[in-house]
Design a protein around this ligand. Structure first.
Ligand code: SF4
Length: 113
């Protein structure tokens, strides 16, 4: 404790420069996923819904509905479908309306015989 206090006195500023500048540690933070719509069909969407522990995902007909506000960035959906789901790298998710955090991702139409 004393060491940190003395270091602070010597350097002046002891906190990071965030939010004026991105903090390097942000690169290591878990972040919500992004979904590649062209790789998502109904079956895969249903599998993603099933693995999501926070109910941030649901399927509504031909769309995967993603509630970013409910997502805990656990990574289970990415583990289930690494080709269709990647990490967004984005953790600053402030919004002025709760509805702005809910995204509809259109699913790939399946070929009909
Ligand atoms: S990262 Fe976790 S909580 Fe977020 S959508 Fe995927 S499975 Fe659900």
């Amino acid at each position: 404790m004393t060491l940190w206090f003395l270091r602070g006195l010597r350097r002046g500023v002891v906190t990071t420069r965030y939010p004026a500048r991105p903090d390097d540690s942000a690169a290591d933070l878990p972040t919500p996923p992004v979904f590649r719509a062209e790789d998502l069909d109904q079956a895969l969407a249903d599998r993603l819904v099933a693995v999501c522990p926070s109910h941030a995902l649901r399927r509504d007909a031909d769309a995967l509905v993603f509630d970013v506000g409910a997502c805990t960035a656990c990574g289970r959906c990415q583990e289930a479908a690494p080709g269709a789901v990647t990490s967004s790298g984005e953790f600053e998710l402030a919004a002025t309306s709760r509805g702005h955090l809910v995204k509809r991702i259109p699913l790939r139409r399946e070929a009909r015989a």
